[in-house]
Design a protein around this ligand. Sequence first.
Ligand code: DUC
Ligand code: ZN
Ligand code: ZN
Length: 470
Amino acid sequence: MNAPLDLVVRHAHVATASDCFDADIGVHQGRIVQIGASLPAGVREIDARGRVVTPGGVDAHCHLDQPMEAPVRMADDFDSGTRSAACGGTTTVIPFAAQAKGQSLRAAVADYHRRAEGKAHVDYAFHLIVSDPTPEVLQHELPQLIAEGYTSFKVYMTYDDLKLDDGQILDVLSVARDHGALAMVHAENADCIEWLTRRLEAAGRTAPRWHAHARPMLVEREATHRAIALSELVDVPILIVHVSGREAVEQIRWGRAHGLPIFAETCPQYLFLTAEDLGLDDSYQGARCVCSPPPRDRANQAVIWNGLRDGLFTVFSSDHAPFNYEGTEGKQPGGQEQPFRHIPNGIPGLETRMPLLYSEGVLGGRITLEKFVELTATNPAKAYGLHPRKGAIAIGADADLVIWDEGERVIRNADLHHAVDHTPYEGHRLRAWPACTLSRGEVVWDGQFHPRAGQGRFLPCQTPTLWARR
Ligand code: DUC
Ligand code: ZN
Ligand code: ZN
């Protein structure tokens, strides 16, 4: 006789990226082994009658304990960050092992593993950030790291300490092409931002709200087009991260219309915040919402919703970049209000990403449940070589599951599980929240957080399966 199932999630309304159906889900040793009607009793049982069950979220763009220039420090490490992820229905995170200029990539990866070890409550993989593409990096380190399971890397077109010039980006894209990896591009024109910032500073316009004026959509549009051209030249797919509004969307549509394999990501801040959240006057409060690209306006939010609905966007990520508002390490570097140039860029969002999209997207009638699963779990897993182990409810997949509770809830930072002292969504009304999150068959959240520090495993990534390789 077969060994009994360790767990049966019974009477689930299962949602996948392709179908919704009613079934029981049987789990053995952390994996889904049976899906069907009236499965035999499990050692444990969870009754999901009347509830939607989706794959656990894959947050493919978040920053945890990423080294920053002193005094700035991220508020979340792998402990608090993955705790917060689990409580919001995310069971896989992919943060960034960032190469400092002059550092070897290998050293950056080793350092990042030390930061994660013994802390993660859910599974994790790493993207790389390539800021110094030396011949050694291009010829040896990157190819070796790709072969070892680091199959995606981000390049920046802005930020002095990270940005690459076009020739360097072409070099990195060539490695991605030769080795089947995926390059993610932060597309904003650095020189335009610097020129605008200096003019704003000369006019005394340094409050947080001026950040949005230093990074208008034009700078994102130009860089997005350039990134598409660079990818066309090398003949390699790219993924444009954190797309904020109409002008970048138009460039991506243009690339697609020309048959180019351009993938795109957007984030909750471009659906739920506007530039007004950076302040209507010169008060400093808006520093909380300083991120790049900045949030735009309501018309652009509608453009982003359209792109989610019609397939323009491949993935929906949080871009969780956790900085406290108060204190010496976050939005007030050195403990003081600063000109916007010096405000650390980024907002928290790991825990609220899935509930916001489920509430406003699915229950708000803007996207289907299948599209929600595709954007938040299946496609990110495919894009970064984790599918079908992650992002799927299928035989053999990890039993990473979310059982949803559809009911009113108001976002309060006091109820969240990150270590950040604010959420940009304070007071936002939701229509759903995870009732239960399972990571490889273990309950990590059921209204209470069940710590599993160190049980989250590192996941080496395969090459992406979003497109066919020639
Ligand atoms: N880019 C990111 O991807 N995250 C935070 C800030 C930024 O500019
Ligand atoms: Zn970025
Ligand atoms: Zn980011």
